[in-house]
Ligand binder design. Structure first.
Ligand SMILES: Cc1cc2nc3c(=O)[nH]c(=O)nc-3n(C[C@H](O)[C@H](O)[C@H](O)COP(=O)(O)O)c2cc1C
Length: 191
């Protein structure tokens, strides 16, 4: 596991911090190494929604980088990775990535994933969706990013917010190519 390229997980300051925790837990269960970056904006949301400080996420990652560390390995395309997820992805981070800004490690790593044509999954969360955000999301989709909206799967009859959180985390892992048991697909016979 130690020599395997990591999946980069960026946590930014949108609502949905529990989805990030579920993604990190599932990647740990799958024994996939994670390089974690938590934005400054995420600190208040992590505290509000999960009652956690960013340091509490450290044991869910192989390595944690400061969002201000622009010399970290994942700031370069020469560092192999298995892809990146930004979960949740704030409107601010969507805009900065769509505009090609790499002024923080999270946005720089996203830029690297786009330029290297690697998988980038983003989970934006805002409602209603303003036109400017829709424009930026369109740009990112056109550049190859997977835009995965944080909508509940009513057709799977979730019984709780916890079920919905697992479903959304599972969708992130689906698009990162990591198998999991976070949700059962439509009419699936599997557990
Ligand atoms: C409790 C809380 C919830 C927030 N929810 C959202 C949200 O759902 N979507 C969003 O785009 N910004 C949200 N924000 C605002 C962002 O955190 C803020 O724009 C921040 O600057 C984003 O920084 P970052 O993109 O570097 O993480 C929220 C802020 C707080 C404190």
């Amino acid at each position: 596991m130690a020599d395997e390229p990591p999946i980069v997980v960026g946590v930014s300051g949108a609502s949905g911090a529990p989805i990030a925790l579920r993604v990190l837990d599932a990647l740990r269960d799958a024994r996939v190494p994670v390089a974690l970056v938590v934005s400054d904006g995420a600190v208040a949301v992590l505290r509000e929604e999960c009652g956690l400080a960013p340091e509490a996420l450290a044991d869910r990652a192989q390595v944690v980088y400061s969002d201000h560390d622009l010399a970290a390995p994942i700031a370069s395309g020469s560092r192999a990775t298995r892809g990146m997820a930004i979960v949740p992805c704030s409107a601010n981070t969507v805009a900065r990535v769509a505009l090609g800004l790499g002024d923080t490690l999270l946005t720089r790593a996203a830029h690297v994933h786009l330029k290297e044509r690697r998988r980038l999954v983003i989970v934006p969360r805002e409602t209603p969706l303003p036109t400017i955000l829709l424009r930026h999301l369109t740009t990112l989709s056109e550049l190859g990013a997977v835009v995965l909206d944080a909508a509940p799967p009513y057709y799977l009859h979730p019984r709780s917010v916890d079920d919905q959180t697992s479903y959304l985390a599972g969708k992130v892992l689906d698009h990162l190519g990591v198998s999991h048991q976070l949700y059962r697909g439509w009419k699936s016979e599997a557990a």
